[in-house]
Design a protein around this ligand. Structure first.
Ligand code: NAD
Length: 358
């Protein structure tokens, strides 16, 4: 098969980690008989420098002409908040997610066996393993609701942010979660605050309706405050966790931290139509850019997610994940995950070793 991939290399370490991910794509293509072709798409600070806008005209069209999008990272101190909005990299990130209709954000939090020592939780908790998938609603809720700030007569200034969800928005993200659980361990935990919020009560009723349609999937409701506790107490109990935008923003960062390094965690943002967007959860790490120090594994694992969720190539995805585990088990480490006494390797060498394993 031939697949066309839009490459948004971006800023800072973005081009370095995407470079290694492309090497891995080539290794997968060779092993499994696929051809990958690439379309470079300019976005972020580098686009501001080149054409004066972080989200150049035609970006979404270029991406839509591809089967999937791979993004490194964008941003850096050079394009800070003193710039007008159209020159800031964050503006471009929000715009591309919206324009491609990416309403579901998938963030796996997996404690890789070779790195169990990096888990900040109790040893016996880490030993039980962590392999959860956070499914966050990405285009609704309080981050996209009406906001206002006004002067009152007697209470000083007042501000409001509106949290709104429709049945349709809840149902489509819920369905994603149930379908995903069928590719995993058949369990969905839906997180809400139904004891306080009306949006959560609607959320819960839609989820219950869906749960009846998926009798093979174990279902539970979890209040968001309890979920935050359970992630540090016993994260191994979770398989697929589905939640609204703001709860997901907070809980997915918490879940990432319990697995160790930021340089290892991939993500996917998907909608109802192609292309999905795949990216590491980390930023552009300007402090180590251009020094061959960045860990490319998060981006390489994002390619594994692309294989699995956009191209339905699970053997290829498994091959990438197994190669990463093999290289880590053999003791190879980039500086961010190197234990004391271990001599770290660089970005390129890590990419080469993973390709060789594939
Ligand atoms: P960051 O994730 O870039 O870096 C945080 C720390 O983690 C740094 O010490 C960095 O060196 C380290 N780190 C990150 N990725 C690493 C990797 N792959 N290998 C080794 N070490 C790694 O977060 P930040 O410093 O808060 O942000 C830097 C810039 O990135 C900002 O401009 C921010 O807006 C942007 N950002 C972009 C995205 C994105 O593109 N999706 C996400 C987050 C932050």
């Amino acid at each position: 098969m031939n697949y066309k991939i839009a490459l948004i290399r971006g800023d800072g370490i973005g081009p370095e980690v995407v470079g290694e991910a492309v090497k891995v794509l080539e290794a997968v293509g060779e092993k499994f008989g696929h051809t990958f072709t690439y379309e470079d798409v300019l976005l972020g600070g580098c686009a501001t420098d080149a054409v004066g806008k972080s989200y150049p005209d035609g970006t979404a069209e270029k991406c839509r002409a591809c089967d999937a999008v791979l993004l490194g990272a964008v941003g850096g101190p050079k394009w800070g908040s003193d710039r007008p909005a159209e020159q800031r990299p964050e503006t471009a990130l929000l715009a591309i997610r919206k324009d491609l209709g990416l309403y579901a954000n998938l963030r796996p939090a997996v404690l890789r066996p070779a790195l169990a020592g990096a888990c900040p939780l109790k040893k016996e908790t880490a030993e039980k393993g962590i392999d959860l998938m956070m499914v966050r609603e990405l285009t609704g809720g309080i981050y996209f609701g009406k906001r206002d700030r006004y002067q009152t007569e007697d209470r000083g200034e007042e501000a409001t942010d509106l949290m709104a969800y429709s049945e349709k928005e809840i149902e489509r993200i819920g369905r994603r979660a149930f379908e995903l659980s069928r590719l995993r361990r058949h369990k969905v935990s839906s997180v809400d605050k139904a004891n306080v919020l009306e949006t959560s009560r609607l959320w819960r009723s839609v989820m219950h309706r869906l749960a009846a349609e998926y009798p093979d999937v174990e279902y539970e409701d979890v209040l968001v405050d309890n979920c935050a506790m359970q992630i540090v107490r016993d994260p191994g109990q979770f398989d697929v966790v589905v939640t609204e935008n703001m709860f997901g923003d907070i809980l997915s960062d918490e879940a990432s931290m319990v697995t160790g390094s930021i340089g290892l965690l991939p993500s996917a943002s998907i909608g109802d139509t192609a292309p999905g967007l795949y990216e590491p959860i980390h930023g552009s790490a300007p402090d180590i850019a251009g020094q061959d120090k960045a860990n490319p594994i998060a981006t390489i694992l994002s390619v594994a997610m692309m294989m699995r969720y956009s191209f339905h190539l699970s053997a290829e995805a498994d091959a990438i994940e197994r190669a990463v585990d093999a290289v880590l088990s053999a003791g190879w480490r980039t500086p961010d995950i190197a234990e004391p006494g271990v001599t770290p390797i660089g970005t390129r060498k890590m990419g080469d070793l993973i390709c060789a394993e594939i």
